[in-house]
Ligand binder design. Structure first.
Ligand code: RIB
Ligand code: CA
Length: 318
């Protein structure tokens, strides 16, 4: 049962990345649930010059050259070097299918200014932020304009891990690891937070029947998604010996469309920013052993079949 409320006004903050691309496509395929105000890009999986280009490639693939795409921060707030993930996503960040370079424009405004202006312009409590890469743009906006924090309806982000532990280090998930100081700002901001950690995304694997369902759509989008997942999954299958790769980022958009696909706990989650050994670890008080104030709905489970059925049904529309 999908959410029958009015479409949620959202900003997707992203570092495409094949899984980011599927999240963007799911949002664009779901106008009855999602009103995508804009896409802000950040350095992450690959450098910003590529993530801002990749976001536009995805919009054009969806037949939506009208979407507003902005470039944001090209490096973490404090850490001197951007850690990237070409080993997972390939040199372009969208390895798999060969897609044409974008023709649609990149907006002149900086992504951080777009986030600030949008939150100040739209009625308070009506805009949801969906960060699916490092949190640098979001945290920079919060630091530069603290007044916008109370105006955020909800932040639904992909990042972190507890039971599943890290994927870029033994302790940390990539999005949080790249900019732990930014994550610390966001997790301490007080904005309502829904977190999609590896604990849940690793239960949404791109098995062969699921990829075949995308390919069977027989559309440019279906074929591209199948080829992205064919490429993207090789890293996780080798590393985890799993039957497919976790499709991380679309979990955030699926949650907005049908929250009943997910379950979790409202708990305290804090970010390690001092130790180099555990930098970027999300210290999730899942068992509530501290008296630290709960600050996040930390998602632990997903109805994987329902998630992939929703994905295939919606992508068929593009
Ligand atoms: O750890 C997974 C996350 O890192 C996903 O958002 C993926 O796109 C990468 O950004
Ligand atoms: Ca991402």
């Amino acid at each position: 049962m999908t959410n029958l409320a009015a479409p949620r006004k959202i900003i997707i903050d992203t570092d495409p990345g094949q899984d980011d691309a599927v999240a963007i496509l799911l949002a664009l395929a779901s106008p009855e649930n999602i009103d995508l105000l804009g896409i802000t890009t950040v350095g992450g999986n690959v450098p910003l010059a590529l993530t801002q280009k990749n976001a536009r490639i995805v919009c054009e693939l969806a037949g939506r050259p009208d979407v507003l795409v902005f470039a944001g921060c090209d490096r973490p707030m404090v850490r001197p070097v951007l850690v990237t993930a070409e080993h997972v996503h390939g040199k372009t960040g969208l390895d798999g299918p060969t897609l044409p370079d974008p023709v649609m424009p990149l907006q002149d405004q900086h992504a951080v200014d777009f986030i600030i202006d949008t939150l100040r312009r739209e009625p308070s409590g009506t805009v949801t932020l969906c960060p699916i890469g490092p949190l640098t743009n979001i945290a920079t906006a919060f630091e530069r304009a603290p007044d916008i924090i109370a105006r955020v309806q909800e932040i639904v982000l992909m990042g972190g891990a507890y039971f599943e532990v890290g994927n870029i280090t033994p302790a940390a998930e990539f999005n949080i690891y790249v900019d732990p100081e930014a994550a610390d700002i966001v997790f301490k901001s007080g904005a309502p937070l829904v977190v999609m950690p590896l604990d849940v995304t690793h239960k949404a694997l791109t098995t062969k029947p699921r990829i075949d369902a995308f390919r069977a759509l027989g559309t440019r989008v279906g074929t591209a998604v199948a080829e992205w997942t064919d490429f993207f999954e090789r890293f996780d299958m080798e590393k985890y010996g799993s039957e497919g790769a976790p499709l991380h980022d679309p979990c955030t958009i699926a949650y907005l469309i049908d929250p009943h696909l997910f379950s979790g706990r409202h708990i305290n989650v804090e970010i390690e920013v001092t130790s180099e050994l555990t930098r970027g670890m999300t210290v999730a008080d899942w068992w509530r052993v501290t008296h630290r104030k709960p600050n996040a709905l930390f998602i632990g489970d997903i109805h994987a079949e329902g998630f992939y059925r929703l994905l295939a049904d919606r992508l068929a529309r593009l």
